[in-house]
Design a protein around this ligand. Structure first.
Ligand code: GLN
Length: 536
């Protein structure tokens, strides 16, 4: 295929309508028809990247292979498409301005007044085209974060207007996602908010080609006709997106609504092949027809906002399906766990996962949970901070160093079992100063990890500052907490496993970031398997 095709996805009426899932589902369908597709997310906020955002505010920070800290929607893209994303797939207003300001300081604008139009919009358009011009993809889907009507979205909408002109009508399509609320008292679906948000787009010079309407009730022809008429969109391009129990149903639902067909016809692409969705349907079938059921606990401190642990949650679903088991994955706030109540808090759980995190809050509860799993031989999976806590717990309760800690929590501890490497000690900035992205790891033969992966050379993604302190390695290992995975270059500990325990594995990296529908992560799969066995 010669020219690049662009799909833009905007959202109206309210946030949280599932733009990311719709974009990922469309990408899945196009990919299943044989097109090479990628998705990028443009976020209108001013942060350079979401790395410094509180998970309460923005959900988890998704880390790519190349070490970019990105929006959690990129996680959906990877899980649906089974294709890696990169730094180029997530751009914020902050990054756009940073580039433009750097250009200005270098004198690139030759004395011109630097303005939103054309300088900011040009930079947005340059970024919009970047992946397309790499020639790796036939179709580039660009999702614009936020809601149209927000002040900060305006330059992005303007960039879409210009892109449509630049590349031509047949090479760009705009999908607008809106809400059609159901007013129970009136017993009616209401189209007015949709009309208003489309009018806003029109005022900005953008006529959406397709409307995807999020709704709790089926739309019916009369509503579709009305939306079509008022919003100037063909009736077959009014797509219903009804609430479904799992996001993994959305691609099938969009297929039934023919979203992919409408997109292809707008882009003048033939789309002769029907999408090849057998694997996806198999996954969905198993998800909907589990053979068994267990409860697994996630112990963490960001438990009020489910999005804070998005990738772990999804990886757990993938692993459940792979074991044909429904995993009831419950979040337990580590701040509420004490030595007195840990047994009752964790009763009935067949496995415990201790989550990643930052800062001292909730640490003591995590340590109690780990101690309980270690002693009661309950399958345990520690991720990042969860691994560091496993080491701290072991140092305190098995080695007897009562004050053992990470220097993140207690900089003056006498037993800094988790510490900084010498090279890191002078860093002043919080943004972008962690060990980020893919690093190799060499695994000990015969370990749980080696059995799970089925190989001894792996690569996993990281996002952390602190490391297991090599001074304590020997003692820890002698007492039974084995280092079964190491970075081959630096020798840093990446995986620890407890001897004489059915399944106690903790990893410094983030395996959840690489779990996809087609490739569930082996450590999650084996953790669920161990939990299933424990429950019997
Ligand atoms: N706070 C820890 C560190 O920076 C762990 C980070 C994490 O769990 N992602 O090393």
């Amino acid at each position: 295929m010669g020219k690049n095709k662009y799909v833009f996805v905007t959202g109206g009426v309210t946030s949280s309508l599932g733009k990311g899932i719709i974009a990922a589902s469309l990408a899945k369908l196009l990919q299943a028809r044989g097109y090479r597709v990628t998705i990028q997310k443009f976020d209108p906020y001013i942060n350079i990247d979401p790395g410094t955002l509180n998970p309460y505010e923005h959900g988890e920070c998704f880390v790519t292979e190349d070490g970019a800290e990105t929006d959690l929607d990129l996680g959906h893209y990877e899980r649906f498409l089974n294709v890696n994303t990169s730094q180029a797939n997530n751009v914020t207003t902050g990054r756009i301005y940073q580039t433009v300001i750097n250009n200005e300081r270098r004198g690139d604008y030759l004395g011109k007044t630097v303005q939103v139009i054309p300088h900011i919009t040009d930079e947005i358009k340059r970024r919009m085209r970047l992946l397309g011009e790499s020639e790796e993809y036939d179709i580039v889907i660009t999702e614009i974060g936020g809601t149209v009507g927000d002040i900060e979205s305006l330059p992005f909408i303007e960039a879409i207007r210009q892109m449509k002109m630049d590349v031509g009508e047949d090479d760009a399509v705009v999908i607008h996602l809106t809400l059609i609320p159901y007013l129970a008292a009136a017993g009616e679906l209401k189209t007015k908010p949709t009309q208003h948000s489309v009018r806003f787009l029109l005022e900005s010079g953008v006529q959406p080609d397709i409307l995807v309407c999020r709704t709790e009730q089926p739309l019916g022809n009369d509503i579709r006709r009305k939306v079509s008429l008022f919003c100037n969109v063909k009736q077959n391009a009014v797509i219903e997106s009804i609430d479904v129990p799992t996001i993994y149903e959305v691609p099938m639902m969009m297929y039934k609504e023919r979203l992919d067909k409408v997109v292809l016809s707008k882009l003048k692409l033939s789309g002769k092949n029907e999408p090849e969705l057998e694997d996806w349907k198999n996954f969905l079938f198993k998800l909907q027809h589990p053979q068994s059921e267990i409860k697994i606990a996630l112990v963490g401190k960001y438990t009020e906002l489910p999005d804070a642990y998005k990738s772990i949650n999804e990886a757990m679903i993938h692993a459940g399906v792979s074991n044909e088991c429904k995993v009831n994955f419950r979040y337990i706030n580590s701040e509420l766990i004490t030595s007195e109540n840990v047994a009752s808090k964790l009763s009935g759980f067949a496995g415990v996962l201790v989550a990643p995190g930052f800062g001292p809050r909730g640490i003591e509860g995590k340590l109690e949970a780990i101690k309980y799993c270690r002693e009661m031989k309950i399958p345990f999976f520690g991720i990042c901070l969860g691994m560091q806590c496993a080491v701290i717990e072991f140092a305190r309760n098995v080695l007897g160093y009562k004050d053992a800690n990470s220097i993140e929590m207690e900089p003056k501890t006498k037993h800094p079992v988790i510490s900084l490497m010498e090279t890191q000690k002078n860093l002043a900035n919080m943004g972008g100063t962690m060990r980020l992205g893919a690093y190799e790891c060499k695994i000990e033969k015969g370990s749980h990890a080696a059995k799970a992966y089925g190989k001894t050379a792996i690569s996993e993604r990281h996002r952390h500052r602190y490391e297991l302190n090599s001074k304590y390695e020997k003692e820890i290992e002698t007492k039974g907490l084995k280092i079964t995975g190491r970075n081959p270059q630096s020798g840093l500990a990446e995986i620890v496993e407890l001897e004489n325990h059915p399944w106690f594995v903790a990893v410094q990296f983030h395996p959840e970031l690489k779990s996809t529908v087609l490739n569930p992560h082996p450590l999650f799969v084996k953790f669920v398997k161990a939990a299933l066995e424990y429950s019997k």
